[in-house]
Design a binder for this molecule. Structure first.
Ligand SMILES: [Zn+2]
Length: 292
C-alpha cells in the first residue's frame, strides 16, 4: 500500500514473492561482482607493489655487481703488480721465476668455495674472484719461498768472511814471496796486516772457534770454522780472548795483535780457506757500505 501525503488517497501495489526473489538475487549478484572486482583490484595492486620491490632489488644487485667488477679489476691489477715484484725478488734470490701459465691459472692455491660466500648467485665475477683467490694464494706461497731463501742467504752472508779482522794496511799479499825469516821462495797462504801490538782482532763472520793456542810458526793463533766450507786463521797474536768451541759473531774481539811465532814484527797473519783450500783473503774483505 502507498499513501501520498495531502491527497487523502491511498494506492495499493501488489508485488509477487517471485519478483522479490529476483530483486534479492540481483542485489546479491551485484554485491558479489563488486566484491570480486575489489579483490582483483587489491591483488593487482599487491602484484604491482611486489614488482616495484623486485625491480628495486634487481637495480641494487646490478649496482653491487658493478662494484664487484670494479673491485675485481683493481684486485687483478694489484696481483699483476705483485707478480712483477715477485719475479724481481726471485731473480735476486736465485729462484726460478713462476711460469706465466702457472701464475695465470693460480695453480697450487686452495679452491675455496667463495660461491657460498656470495649470495647473489654465480656469474663471471665469482669465477674471476675464485681465480684471483688462487692467484693470491700462489703469490703468498711464492713470497714464503722468497723469505726462506732470503733467510738462508742472510745466514750464508753472516757466515762468510766479509770484513778486515783489524785495521792497518796489507803489507804482504796472497802470493809467492821470499820467506822473510828462512829465505827461499815460498807461497804466502794469507795476507799480513801491519799494525802495532795490542790492536784488537775481530771475527770477520759468525762461526765457532776450533783452535785457540800456540801452534808452530803461527805463534799464538785462533782458527774459526764458519760453516759453508769457510775457515779463517789468525797468527802471531799476543793475547787470545776466545777458547775452543766458543761461538763468535762478526765483529767479536777474538785476540790482540802480536809478533809470536815466525814473525819479524807485530802484524796479523790472516788466512781464509774454502773447502780446506787457501784463497786470497783480500777477496773476502768487502767495502764497509756493504756491511750492516
Ligand atoms: Zn803472513
Amino acid at each position: 500500500m502507498f499513501a501520498p501525503s495531502g491527497t487523502g488517497v491511498s494506492r495499493t501495489f501488489r508485488v509477487s514473492i517471485f519478483r522479490c526473489y529476483v530483486v534479492a538475487a540481483a542485489l546479491c549478484f551485484f554485491a558479489a561482482g563488486l566484491l570480486v572486482i575489489s579483490l582483483q583490484y587489491a591483488s593487482r595492486k599487491e602484484l604491482a607493489n611486489r614488482l616495484d620491490q623486485l625491480k628495486s632489488l634487481a637495480g641494487a644487485r646490478d649496482t653491487r655487481f658493478d662494484e664487484i667488477a670494479r673491485e675485481r679489476s683493481r684486485l687483478q691489477r694489484e696481483l699483476s703488480s705483485l707478480a712483477s715484484f715477485d719475479d724481481s725478488l726471485r731473480v735476486i734470490h736465485d729462484l726460478e721465476t713462476v711460469p706465466a701459465d702457472v701464475r695465470e691459472a693460480g695453480v697450487g692455491g686452495p679452491l675455496t668455495n667463495i660461491t657460498q660466500m656470495i649470495k647473489f648467485g654465480r656469474d663471471k665475477n665469482v669465477d674471476d674472484l675464485e681465480l684471483a683467490l688462487r692467484q693470491a694464494q700462489l703469490q703468498n706461497d711464492s713470497f714464503g719461498e722468497i723469505i726462506t731463501a732470503q733467510t738462508r742467504t742472510r745466514h750464508i752472508f753472516d757466515h762468510t768472511p766479509a770484513i778486515k779482522p783489524c785495521s792497518g794496511h796489507i803489507c804482504s799479499g796472497f802470493c809467492w814471496r821470499r820467506n822473510p825469516i828462512f829465505g827461499g821462495v815460498q807461497f804466502h797462504k794469507g795476507i799480513d796486516i801491519a799494525i802495532p801490538t795490542g790492536a784488537p782482532i775481530v771475527a770477520p763472520a759468525n762461526g765457532v772457534v776450533t783452535f785457540a793456542g800456540m801452534k808452530g810458526g803461527y805463534g799464538y793463533c785462533v782458527f774459526i770454522r764458519h760453516g759453508y766450507g769457510f775457515e779463517t786463521r789468525y797468527g802471531h797474536c799476543s793475547v787470545l780472548t776466545v777458547g775452543e768451541g766458543q761461538p763468535v759473531s762478526r765483529g767479536d774481539i777474538i785476540a790482540y795483535v802480536g809478533a809470536t811465532g815466525w814473525a819479524t814484527g807485530p802484524h796479523l797473519h790472516y788466512e781464509v780457506l774454502v773447502g780446506r783450500t787457501h784463497v786470497d783473503p783480500a777477496q773476502y774483505i768487502l767495502p764497509d757500505y756493504l756491511i750492516d
